[in-house]
Design a protein around this ligand. Sequence first.
Ligand code: HEM
Length: 389
Amino acid sequence: VRSFTTDPDLPLSQGRYASPLRTERVAAVLGVSLGVLFAVCFVTGLYSHLHQHPQGALPIPPRPAGLYRLTQGLHVATGIASIPVLLAKLWVVWPRFVSFPPARDAAHAVERVGLLPLVGGGVFLLFSGTANVAQWYPWRFSFTAAHFWTAWMVVGALIAHVGAKWAVSGRALRRGHVDDADTAAAPGTRDGLTRRSFLGVVAGASGILTLATVGQTVSPLRRLSVLAPRDPSVGSQGRPVNRGARNARVVEAARDPSYRLEVSGRVQRPLSLTADELVAMALHDAELPIACVEGWSFSARWQGVRVRDLLAAAGAAPGRTVLVESLEPAGAYRTSTLNRRQAADRDTLLATHIDGERLSLDHGFPCRLIAPNRPGVLQTKWVRRVVVL
Ligand code: HEM
């Protein structure tokens, strides 16, 4: 067993950090687990970014309807599950950070400098992500921009780290059975845990943390999820809401009897509909999820008017992109865009009802956008105008 704490490169740590758990194999197992969790986080995070920053060459399809719910639920769940794994990994390799001399040669120095973005960035991603889902913003910079660019930096540093550790980790993993047979009787132990039970404790902590939060999107588990920031059955009309009507400063405009929904832009017959006229047209039903970027979600039965029917009534040519505008006077999500396929989907609605009830003000009265496979922040509420582009 090659232990970090008996490594001759580590004079500072001799004895002081002694533990039979600090081996290359334990570090490699935790490293592979973190690599997988971070890879899932990165891919699902990029998918979320693509929703919010659409690229013409990669239009997001509206189907499968629940895909964003799955990817963003996974993003937050795998991110949270990474926390105990990262802490355990840092504990195991800690003696390396204080080894002396700090670098053996130039290549080793480069490898060690790469640990700064890897460790610092990884800790920042997990901390900023968790703070964001808890709706705590202790900083002044944009969370999404910082989280996004740090993710690229961490993934770059992770690839370099995997390259540097590939051979040594491969060897440590292949001779695994020898390691696993070792027990707490190994010399130098202070904690009485075998390597296998240490990894079991880390996996258990990760699993418990996941169960304690994932009920915010997997509703049958919601009673177990005592740490979940959201319960999918609590809120206006029994459903959570992030940004209410008062916060969005739309209460008066949404209740104003002179409210009209306008359909304009590249149309032959611009429309202007009262809230009652809209309800009279709201004949289509769809069971669709609403999936928040923060990882919580729920599924509901929405009733409303199909966007494609509104466009046809206004004489728009088929296959147009559509801008949906809210009554909100300001805010990053005041408008959202539906690409051609999203606008033409049979279940893309301006909804007037949720689960058979007229939408409450907080859910977007007089009408809101609900479309398949979209982040909640793009399901524009209090819609005042649909502009055909
Ligand atoms: C506890 C861990 C994490 C949590 C709770 C978390 C949470 C979030 C949330 C809430 C968003 C949506 C932000 C928004 O659109 O408003 C997001 C986006 C994102 N996350 Fe994470 N995250 C975590 C870890 C990670 C990790 C480890 C990576 C990469 C390795 C990552 C990469 C991304 C990326 C690329 C985005 C897209 C940002 C954008 O829209 O520009 N996240 N994350």
